[in-house]
Structures are given as C-alpha cells and as structure tokens.
Design a protein around this ligand. Sequence first.
Ligand code: WT7
Length: 651
Amino acid sequence: MSDATAKTYPPSADMAARAHVDAQTYDKMYQASVTDTDGFWREQAQRIDWIKPFTQVRDVNFDLGSVSINWFADGELNVSANCIDRHLERRGDQTAIIWEPDSPEDDAKHISYRELHSATCRMANVLRDLGVDKGDRVIIYMPMIPEAAYAMLACARIGAIHSIVFAGFSPDALAARVNGCEAKVVITADEAPRGGKATPLKANADKALAQCDASVQCLVVRRTGGDVAWDDARDRDYNALIKDAADTCEPTAVGAEDPLFILYTSGSTGQPKGVVHTTGGYITYAALTHEVTFDYHDGDIYWCTADVGWVTGHSYIVYGPLANGATTLMFEGVPTYPDASRFWQVCEKHKVTQFYTAPTAIRALMGQGKEFVTKSDLSSLRILGTVGEPINPEAWNWYHEVVGHGRCPIVDTWWQTETGGHLMTPLPGAHDMKPGAAMKPFFGIKPVVLDPTSGKEIEGNPAEGVLCIADSWPGQMRTVWGDHERFEKTYFADYPGYYFTGDGCKRDADGDYWITGRVDDVINVSGHRMGTAEVESALVAHDKVAEAAVVGYPHDVKGQGIYCYVTLMSGEEPSDDLRSELRNWVRQEIGPIASPDLIQWAPGLPKTRSGKIMRRILRKIAENDYGALGDTSTLADPTVVDDLIDNRMNR
Ligand code: WT7
C-alpha cells in the first residue's frame, strides 16, 4: 500500500512539544538548508570544535571526469577530541558507553567519558609505539567490545585511518581488505563470543596475515582468554602493552578532508569497494542526524543494535552519539540468545529510551510470538528506529504496537554506507509516519526521482523511478580508496550531474518518499549488502563450477535470500552433497552472511547472442513470477529458460 492512502500516524502532541525539531522548525530549517546551503552548514558545523576554524564551506563538483567533494576544507579538527575531551569538564563522570556482554550472566560495564578518555589515549599511545602515524591504515577486526570503540577513537586521535572488517567475514575477505588499503596493523581479539558460540578471530587473522606483507603487525585484545597461536615477530599483546602506556595523548590536528575511515562495501562488481569518509563533514553530519532523528536529549539511554563492522555502527553507535555527549549502548550478543526476549530485557535493564534496529531482526522476533516482548517493562522507550531495508507493514505494525505500545514513533531511516548518515526519515516530533515509508529528506538533502530511461527528473506527484540526490551534503563519501575512477563511474556516470543511489523509489501523492529496493545487482540480505557478482566470483572459484549467476528472491525473514544458478564442469554430477559443499565454500570465501539459500543446477544460463547473462529472467524465475518473463526472443537459446522453470527450487 505504498501510496498516500496508507494509514498515517501523526506525531503526538507530547512528542512535538519536546522534540528538537517540530513541523514548523523542520519546514523552516529544510527551506534554509536548500536555499542557503552554505549558510546552513556553516552554522551547523559550529556544533563541532575546530582546532583551526574553516573559512570555506564547500567546494563540490559532480561532473563526470572531475568529481570532487570538499566540505570545510581549510578547517582542522580532531574527531576523538570532539567525541571525548570536550565533554570531560561537564560530563567526565557520565556514562559514555554501556557495554552489555553476550551472556546476560556476565556483568555489564559502564564506561564514563573520563574512562573512555584514558582508554583511548592508552590505545593511541600503543598504536604510535607500533609505528602508526597520521594517514596510516589500521584494520579493526573485533567483537562488539568497548576496545573496538577505543580502537576507532585511538586511530582518530592520531590521525590514522581505520577500516573495520565485520567479525563475521572470512580470513580471505580480511586479507583482501588488509592488502587493499595496505594496513600497518590489524587489531583483533582472541575470540568473539556471540550467541554462546565463540568465533576464533585471532586464528582467522593468522590465516589472513599469512597472505599479507610480513611487516603487518597484529595487536591482540584478550576477550575470552581462549588459547591462541602466537608469533613473536608479528603479534602484540594489547593487555600487556596498555599497562605501560601513558593515559594522555595529545589529539593530532587533521584537515577536514583528511580521511577518517575506509569501510569496504559490496557493489555490482566482484570486488568490494573501499568507501572513504573524511573528517569534518562526516562528524558534523553524523552528530546532527543522531540528535535530530532520534531526538536525543541529555539523560537519554540510546541503543543501536548494529555492529561496528557496518556503517550504522560507525555513525550511530560511536561517532554521532559520542560527538553529542550521549550515553550509547553497545551490545555484544544476538537478539535470540539466550532466547528471543534478550533485546527487550536489555531495554528494561538499562532503561533504554531510543532503540534502533533492522527490519530483519524485527521479523525474526515477531515470528517467536509477543510473549517474549510483553514480559519486559518497556515503559522507558520513547523512540524506535529501523534501518537497512524497506520494512513491510506487518513488521512495522508489530514493532509499533507490541514493542512501542502504540506510543513510540518509528523513524524509518533510509541511507547507505556511502552517505555517512540518514538521508531520509520521518522526524519523531515533526512528521506523520506511514508504515514502510522513509517519508522526508533530511536537512540539505535534495532527492530527485528520475525516469530510468531518459534520466529526466519526474516532476510532480506521484512519481516513480530511480532515486538520485541533486547536491552534496557533508556526510557524503569522497572517493573509493585507491580508485577515484571507480567512484565516478559507480555514482556519477549513469545520471550525469547527480549522485546515483542505486535505489528505486516512489514519491506518493503527498510528496512522501518510499524506497522500493535496489535497481542494480546488489541484494539486501538481512539488511546487509551483498553484490551478486561477489557470490558469483566465489562460486566460479570452485573447481567443479563452470559458471554461476546469482540473484535475490523474497525471503520472509531476511528480506532477500540468495538464489544461485550453477552450471557444473562437464563430468561433474549434481548432488545434495555438492550443494552443501558449495554453500560451505562460499561461507569460507566471503563469510556466513553470503551463504547461498538456494542452489539450482543449471545446464545452461539464459544469454543474449553477445553472451550477456539475462539476469532479469533469472530474477523472475527465482521470484516465481515467470508469467512475466518478458521478451525472451533475443536469447541465444530460448529453451534454457524452460529447463530453468521446470527445475526451479521451491521456497
Ligand atoms: C542500502 C544501503 C545505511 C545503513 C545500513 C545499510 C537499503 C537502507 C533503508 C530503509 C529501505 C533501505 C537501500 C540502500 N536501505 N535503509 N530505511 N528503507 N531501504 O547500509 O549496506 O550501505 O546498504 O540499504 O537499498 O541503498 P548499506
């Protein structure tokens, strides 16, 4: 029901009265942000402490061949000082991070801003001693423990560039990222406990580092105390080193356009790309969106359930909240351990006020029944949020009614790794909510809906097409690490003059936005982005596989599942054993999040006469929608389609 006739939920009078931004304020600020963009951001950037104030607000060019994005370029600052030092005077004893461990039997930790300061300084000094300088790259491959946040902030403190690799990624994926950015140090832990099981992070790092330059050092944090192999030439014991490290460390002044971090993400080719975010614009945007979207006030307890391995963890567990002097909760575990009540028990235990999670988690918990929710006292909750994929109305309604008791607004935040922070969302005290709609652009964001064929802007409402952004905002990615040309080709080539998001979208009769999903070869599995080409490369790397094509299909819990068509080498026999072999192979090559859900043996793939695989057809077959296959007459051999339909996998 993605239109203006959808049920709407206006903001409550209470919410509008206490919110930083009500409807009138939004209208006024949005207008200002798109008419006097420089003036608007000059003022917003004052929420950041600058070591050297900027004089230039922005210098942006979206023209293919000369794309260049700069915000506050002549300013200097330090993100760690903004997230810690400047809060010490007023909030030294306030909790910065609440850490909730995997097991509810273990004690939670409350880390004050003062403690965060000394832990970050110690880690920064340790990194310096390992030879890490301004501009050097550090890989973080960690469990969700406070040391992961210390590591991020320690890098920022000395001007080093971190690149976090999600702990669920395989040794091969880790090695590719260490090599891709030529990291000097990998920070990891002995093991990562999640849901009662421990992932052997150090052992994975050992396997990865065997494929990397011998000069790369490995800094190991003790989490479980489990046994690990040790190479004296390479491995460094964090717990021993911090004891002797000084607990102060002068923050390094870095330029606003110096990189803060690199985060690898899937695209439509086989190689993940290193999304580069810089310093001044990113922190301004992360801080402002965190405060406004979640209507954060002093004394709130804010919880984002993401992992720091994803951009959500960067912007909305660590950087945005800490820049605002907030109390942010960091959770090591999973929603279903020890049982499906864990999220709600943690909300009750720590009196969480804002709760931010992914639709896939909501759907999974919804399937377990509402008793798991209702036994916890959720009266502290004020605002709920979702991110990562479109939320279906059933899940939205359940979240709203069962978790939020009908009184908490839901902010459905649409954004991307590339955007640094929220680009569209309803604001809790300003906007109506429609289940499943991302509703309104954030300040400074000019969304446009383009006709996919002509590339022309569709004016008026309703409208449906591809979603582009007409102008830059401070949190925008600046380049692909080591490959600016790929950056330009991916985001600025298809629709000249615009940033192309890769998403489709509808604007309804009221002018509200609904994201309809990716229009490129990226699929969204449990809110995680996966390039179909990446899974294909992994499959064809197996010696029994001749060819593979991968598409997404609707999946009840994950949103999209991974459907693989596999052509075997001649002489290889299809079997269920081979299916599980291939599944394990992909898990090993990329990580468990890339596990194929369905593998169909395909004697042939539908190709055009020039040899291009017709994915449109494969998608339709996977979706069980082969009444709508469209024109197959351009296929080199139309009969392969019948075979694929006859043998499609049940789902
Ligand atoms: C893609 C970006 C941004 C952090 C998490 C994912 C989809 C994200 C929504 C939403 C509909 C959404 C889009 C986008 N997406 N949020 N609220 N409604 N779709 O970041 O891995 O960079 O993926 O996730 O398709 O392009 P990401």
